[in-house]
Design a protein around this ligand. Structure first.
Ligand code: 13P
Ligand code: SF4
Length: 330
């Protein structure tokens, strides 16, 4: 048996010094650095399982912003994508917020640039701007209230009969419009590059092969998937449902990273990832989320870099709609 620890070639971007640490050494190092720097590691369910297992807190977007809003740590390490870390920084201007990879973006945030969004909003005077948390700080600053997939319906319902524009996810927007009975909602036409690749044709074949399986889906999926789902919820909502339901088999239509926690919470149940159209593509894995690795997590804790910063005037304007969401979610 090979007793030598596996060595990973890692390069610290800051110093170009190669790391020569085994996965165990990396994990021990991350725990030590977290203690030394009084850091908290927040991770999304779409992260690699070893990152989820090391994190102090794993959650959906709302739970992660709630955790960021209340942490006593000096340093927040955000194992997720850029808009999530940016939200943590907006809530904690005096804390250091670092990310394993500054390039971890999001097709929804990237597809809604603030200047274009500001121009688009000019067509809708008098409308309340509800923006999904998957957007940049600049877009948040142009918004009246932020929402996540777990509170979007509640927030839109709470706005009564106000005229509403919803950005940037048109699929989540359509789901919310249906649930809140607001067919007049105006949408920015953005999509999640992961959830839009799920194939209805292949889902139907999977359902036929597993007649006892229930389809559960994230509301970022398009209508062709959502129409087959018995339960539609945020990542944490899907995990709770799989855990508490008497059903033993699920086809899970969201990013495949969720299966790690879902399997732990619903042991013994059959969890089948929903298929993308292209059989040869791992399209149900978010390339942005998966830029984060244990090595980069170690390096960002060690070097306290790269840090996420938000210009103060933008931060102040973006804070108000985030706080409004947190208050409306209580
Ligand atoms: P939730 O974790 O809020 O369900 O959102 C999923 C997501 O799109 C993260 O990028
Ligand atoms: Fe963005 Fe979709 Fe990736 Fe989430 S899964 S970070 S919405 S691209």
């Amino acid at each position: 048996m090979d007793t030598e620890p596996r060595r990973l070639p890692v390069v610290n971007a800051a110093t170009a010094a190669p790391l020569d640490l085994s996965p165990d050494e990396l994990e021990d190092g991350i725990r030590r650095l977290r203690r030394e720097k009084n850091a908290v590691i927040l991770a999304h369910y779409y992260q690699e399982s070893e990152i989820q297992d090391l994190a102090d807190f794993v959650g959906d977007s709302l739970q992660l912003s709630q955790a960021a809003a209340t942490t006593q740590a000096d340093v927040i390490v955000f194992a997720g994508v850029h808009f999530m870390a940016e939200t943590a920084k907006i809530l904690n201007p005096n804390k250091i917020v670092v990310v394993p990879d500054l390039e971890a973006g999001c097709s929804l945030a990237d597809g809604c640039p603030a200047p274009a969004f500001a121009r688009w909003l000019e067509q809708y005077p008098g409308h309340t701007v509800v923006s999904y948390i998957n957007c940049s700080a600049e877009v948040k600053a142009l918004s009246d209230v932020i929402c996540t997939s777990s509170n979007a319906v509640k927030i839109v319902k709470a706005l009564g009969d106000q005229k509403i524009v919803f950005a940037p996810d048109k699929h989540l927007g359509a789901f919310v419009a249906k649930q809140a009975q607001r067919p007049d909602l105006v949408f920015w036409q953005g999509t999640c590059m992961v959830h839009e690749t799920f194939s209805e044709r292949r889902l139907l074949a999977l359902m036929a092969a597993h007649p006892k399986a229930e389809v559960i889906a994230h509301p970022e999926c398009h209508a062709g998937i959502l129409r087959h789902a018995t339960h539609i919820a945020s990542t944490s909502g899907l995990i709770t449902y799989a855990k508490n339901s008497p059903v033993q088999e699920f086809i899970v239509a969201t990013e495949a990273g969720i299966l790690h926690k879902m399997a732990a919470e619903a042991p013994g149940k059959l969890l089948i990832p929903a298929p993308p159209e292209d059989e040869s593509c791992a399209c149900n894995v978010c390339p942005h989320m998966r830029r984060n690795t244990l090595e980069k997590l170690y390096l960002c804790l060690r070097d306290l870099a790269p840090q996420v910063d938000v210009p103060e005037p933008v931060r102040v304007r973006a804070l108000a709609p985030i706080q409004r969401m947190l208050e409306m979610s209580r």
